[in-house]
Structures are given as structure tokens and as C-alpha cells.
Design a protein around this ligand. Structure first.
Ligand SMILES: [Fe+2]
Length: 181
């Protein structure tokens, strides 16, 4: 497997870990157990900073080449690019809602939960579709030259939690992951 695809796969495993943490946080919140709002907001900030600004744009660039190599699957690539936009929107909506609740904005618990669950569900569907259909398709259709060109042209965007941890900005998140081991 090409190393760019391996990197995308690694990103996906990390994103799944983040989604699992977010799910646990929401479960705790709705079970009336202790829930860490700072951590929840950092989880969403991480998704905005890395998934929406680094990971998805990188996929979009690779998918544009995929569309040239497998034009018969154009609809699939376009659907995924649209999902990136939807996820982007849902991420910032949910983060704003969390911050609002923290600052005592009026929002029902049910509405907050719906937003969070909807966001997590779409993320899972999206990651799954990419893992199952698109990554194998890219592996089968992109040439060595395509990968070389991509590697030299794509902007570098390090993961601020799993690759080069920003311990100030993601203080709670990095500490939580370190404790988990
Ligand atoms: Fe994606």
C-alpha cells in the first residue's frame, strides 16, 4: 500500500479514537455522570483543526486524481467531497453549541444530544465508506507517477494531537490520551 494511503488509514484510526471518546463523553453527560466540557470542546477543536483543515483537504486532492483514473466512480468521489463539507459544517455547529451551553446559552439537552449523535454517525459512515470503497479503489487505479506527483505537491499538515502534540492548545486531550496509554 502506498505510504500516503497508509497515512490516511492511520488518520482514520485516530479519528475513530476521538469519536469513541466523544461518544463516551456524551453517554456520561446523558447518564447524568461527570462530564468534561473542556475535553469535549478540545475534541471538537481538534476535529476542526486537523480533520477539516488537514485530513479532508488532503483527501480531496487525492480524490481529484482518483476521478481522472476511475471516471466511472465519479459519483462516489463527489459524494465524499460533499460529506467533507457537511462534516465541516456539523463540526463547527456542534462546537459552537457546546461552547454556548458552557456559557449558559439556552439550548435543550435533547437538541445538543441530537447534534452530537448526528455528527458522530455521519463521521462513522463517512470513514467506513472511504475505508471500504475508496482507499482500495485508489490503491488499484493510481499509478506510481500519480503518487509521486501528489507527494511533492501536497501541503504538509501535521496532526496537532497524534503527530506533533500541542500540549497547550490540546492540554486536556493530550493528557487524557497519555493516561490511557
Ligand atoms: Fe474523508
Amino acid at each position: 500500500m502506498h505510504k500516503l494511503l497508509e497515512k490516511l488509514g492511520r488518520d482514520h484510526r485516530n479519528l475513530e479514537k476521538i469519536l469513541e471518546m466523544l461518544t463516551n463523553q456524551l453517554d456520561n453527560f446523558y447518564a447524568g455522570k461527570e462530564s468534561n466540557f473542556d475535553l469535549k470542546i478540545e475534541l471538537m477543536e481538534y476535529l476542526e483543526a486537523f480533520a477539516d483543515k488537514g485530513h479532508h483537504p488532503l483527501e480531496n486532492i487525492i480524490y481529484a486524481v482518483g476521478m481522472e483514473r476511475a471516471p466511472e466512480r465519479r459519483e462516489l468521489f463527489e459524494r465524499l467531497c460533499h460529506q467533507h463539507q457537511d462534516l465541516n459544517r456539523l463540526t463547527s455547529r456542534f462546537r459552537h453549541s457546546l461552547e454556548g451551553v458552557l456559557h449558559e446559552a439556552v439550548m435543550s439537552r435533547a437538541e445538543l444530544e441530537t447534534q452530537g449523535r448526528e455528527f458522530i454517525a455521519l463521521q462513522h459512515l463517512h470513514l467506513d465508506l472511504e475505508d471500504r470503497e475508496v482507499f482500495p479503489l485508489l490503491e488499484a487505479t493510481l499509478t506510481e507517477d500519480d503518487w509521486k506527483r501528489l507527494e511533492t505537491s501536497i501541503p504538509r499538515h501535521d496532526d496537532p494531537v497524534f503527530e506533533t502534540p500541542d500540549r497547550i492548545r490540546f492540554q486536556n486531550l493530550v493528557a487524557f490520551l497519555a493516561k490511557e496509554g
